[in-house]
Design a protein around this ligand. Structure first.
Ligand code: IPM
Ligand code: MG
Length: 362
């Protein structure tokens, strides 16, 4: 088994070091190979996703990804910006199904900006389509307008589009995921305004008929954004397009008060996948040794479960993380009175210690 390790920019290198440390105490047989990606790759090779990095990712069983981006690259031409690395990996590896769980850890209830009773026990799964929609739709660009409100003016345009098979396959992923949970799917669209999302709604409804045991409802995206802060526990599996999923998954993650805790998986229908924390590269705290490595460590657990067929080892990591939280250790982002503030490395060491302690006991 081969894991491509792509730490990226900002806090990426620090959090990845801890995840790799955890993987290395699990006595599994795998090989890792590290490569540059994002701004770091641009600095070294003039491109955020160099050929060699893409080849490594394609040939690997799984990709463990840190984070990319820094404001200092905002002025670069779009194809050279760090974000293009993650978009390029998604596209080239065909990673169309993005799993973004939003789980509220009981010990962190106080870290949410919502009232504890609204989020205590929260466990929702956002399934975001990841290779279509306005993110990748052609044509796009800049031109001189020939019609509209200001003919002759400079304008920019993107294309929102989805084909029936693209919607079908992500709908199947959502219904199958729901079968392993509480058998409820909410499909989020904007069918009241957009043709693209009328097709989305129609196709999800059709696919849903093949899963009579799963309850399906539909919600407009603006209402979904509202319901997420009003009564988030009403959701279980949420399935939506690339753009709406980008926005709603950040909202859902922040509800839990612990975006630094949340992993994600991007899958392509085979067992190959890319695993990354739900948070970004946080350049403001990079290099300070204070970032929370738990989302990356938990992403490694998801990788073991989905791509490397090691569900029990994944459980071991997840239960070690819970033990560490129960022991009161917190990085700055989840710190509250009465807990003990630790840095990135100390948090990684604590997870390693919790894993080895259980191994010696068992
Ligand atoms: C995400 C990020 C990316 C996206 C950016 C970095 C391109 O926000 O993974 O949610 O928009 O998909
Ligand atoms: Mg996003």
């Amino acid at each position: 088994m081969k894991i491509a390790v792509l730490p990226g920019d900002g806090i990426g290198t620090e959090i990845m070091a801890e995840a790799v440390k955890v993987l290395n105490v699990l006595d599994l047989k795998f090989e890792t190979e590290t490569a540059l990606v994002g701004g770091a790759a641009y600095e070294a090779h003039g491109h955020p996703l160099p050929e060699a990095t893409l080849k490594l990712a394609k040939d690997a069983d799984a990709v463990l990804f840190g984070a990319v981006g820094d404001w200092k690259y905002d002025k670069l031409d779009r194809p050279l910006r760090p974000e293009q690395a993650i978009l390029g990996l998604r596209k080239n590896l065909g990673l169309f199904a993005n799993f973004r769980p939003a789980i509220c850890y009981e010990q962190l209830v106080g870290a949410s900006s919502l009232k504890p009773e609204l989020i205590s026990g929260l466990d929702i799964l956002i399934i975001r389509e990841l290779t279509g929609d306005i993110y990748f739709g052609a044509p796009r660009g800049r031109r001189t307008a020939t019609d509209g409100h200001f003919p002759g003016a400079e304008e920019a345009f993107d294309t929102m589009r989805y084909s029936r098979p693209e919607i079908e396959r992500i709908a199947h992923v959502a219904f199958q995921a729901a079968r392993k949970r509480s058998k409820r799917v909410t499909s989020v669209d904007k069918a009241n305004v957009l043709e693209t999302f009328q097709l989305w709604k129609d196709v999800v409804t059709e696919v849903g008929a093949q899963y009579p045991d799963v309850e399906l409802d539909h919600m407009y995206v603006d209402n979904a954004a509202m319901q997420l802060v009003k009564a988030p526990k009403k959701f279980d599996v949420v399935v939506t397009g690339n753009m709406f999923g980008d926005i709603l998954s950040d909202e859902a993650a922040m509800l839990t008060g612990s975006i630094g805790m949340l992993p994600s998986a991007s899958l392509n229908g085979s067992t190959q996948g890319l695993y990354e924390p739900s948070h970004g590269s946080a350049p403001d705290i990079a290099g300070k040794g204070i970032a929370n490595p738990l989302a990356t460590i938990l992403s490694a657990a998801m990788m073991l479960r989905f791509s490397l067929n090691q569900p029990q080892t994944a459980d071991r990591i997840e239960s070690a993380v819970k033990d560490v939280l129960a022991s009161g250790l917190r990085t700055a982002d989840i710190y509250s009175d009465g807990t003990r503030k630790v840095g990135t490395r100390e948090m990684g060491d604590a997870v390693v210690a919790a894993i080895t302690k259980k191994t010696t006991k068992g």
